[in-house]
Design a protein around this ligand. Structure first.
Ligand code: ADP
Length: 299
């Protein structure tokens, strides 16, 4: 069953095309990831889907309701966690949650079972002011506040940005539990490693979806020869590799370089063609989602 349907959505700010013909559909109980760098258009899309701003053209329906005509219905059945801190800093953990519950005409007690797993971790700090919580704890509280009225669809805009790796992992475990209860989740992230935790992902760049696929298919469909190259002087290697006609692209990737060649490229020939003072390490590697992103972006 289609839960969220986005068709031909465009939105510009002056000359900036924040969204350029975006379209996709999500199924009930799906975790749909929107993955892309800063400025790609993620927040603009979330604001349109959550009825906070209007698109210039195109349409969006959530649970069959139209974002323009039926905005008040949609607001009752969705949870939204905006990218920036959305809590009341001066209120305690408990007061924040009770406030969000009361806005939707419910109470913490009534829907406690929905947030129990997460809120149990926050309970020792329930009298603490929200702005005195750690980054991970703030995000967990924000998720509780977005959940307390039992939404059908959850919109989470970069919920793990700036959160430590352990809390990030815990956060994604929570999303998996919500999914198992039938909640549909649309979540954005700049972290490519979080892509594999989604059922399907959309890679977004400059207001356009480059591709929508399951993470597994995204990796399977990568059809280039990819290898990592590393030496004491990666900058020099990068320059040399970029000059080679058979190397389609080469980019820094953590401590190494990733170089892309056409299928069948013989990497055994490479060491002799590269100049370096020290040892050069070359390995054939499998792509990550980030490599798929680079590849699609090149196209
Ligand atoms: P992301 O969430 O992926 O970082 P945004 O949706 O925030 O991307 O931004 C997409 C583009 O639209 C950026 O170029 C941004 O500068 C521009 N933009 C977003 N909101 C506004 C606004 N209110 N006024 C002007 N430009 C905006």
């Amino acid at each position: 069953m289609t839960e969220v349907s986005v068709n031909g959505v465009c939105k510009s700010y002056g000359k900036t095309k924040a969204l350029d013909n975006i379209g996709f559909e999500t199924e009930k109980g799906e975790i749909f990831g929107i993955i892309g760098p800063d400025g790609a258009g993620k927040t603009t899309l979330f604001r349109i889907m959550t009825t906070l701003i209007l698109a210039d053209s195109g349409s969006v329906a959530v649970a069959g309701y139209d974002v323009v005509k039926d905005f008040s219905e949609i607001r009752k059945i969705i949870g939204y966690m905006p990218g920036r801190f959305s809590l009341y800093k001066d209120l305690s953990v408990e007061e924040n949650l009770s406030f969000f519950a009361s806005v939707f005409g419910t109470t913490i007690q009534e829907n406690y079972h929905l947030v129990e797993d997460i809120y149990r971790q926050l309970e020792p700090f329930r009298k603490r002011r929200a702005d005195a919580l750690s980054g991970g704890m703030k995000q967990k509280l924000a998720l509780c506040c977005a959940m307390i009225h039992k939404p059908r669809v959850l919109f989470l805009d970069e919920p793990t940005t700036g959160v430590d790796p352990v809390s990030r992992k815990e956060f994604w475990n929570m999303l998996a539990r919500l999914k198992s209860q039938g909640v549909t989740i649309i979540v954005s992230t700049p972290y490519m490693d979080e892509a594999s935790l989604c059922d399907r992902i959309a890679l977004v760049m400059n207001g356009r979806f480059l591709k929508i696929e399951t993470p597994e298919n995204m990796l399977r469909q990568y059809d280039k020869t990819l290898f990592s190259v590393r030496s004491a002087n990666n900058a020099s290697l990068l320059r040399q590799l970029r000059k080679m006609p058979e190397i389609k692209s080469c980019y820094p990737f953590g401590e190494t370089l990733h170089a892309v060649a056409g299928k069948g490229f013989d990497i055994a020939s490479l060491p002799a063609r590269l100049v370096s003072d020290g040892e050069i390490r070359i390995d054939r590697i499998n792509p990550t989602i980030e490599d798929c992103f680079m590849e699609l972006n090149e196209k």
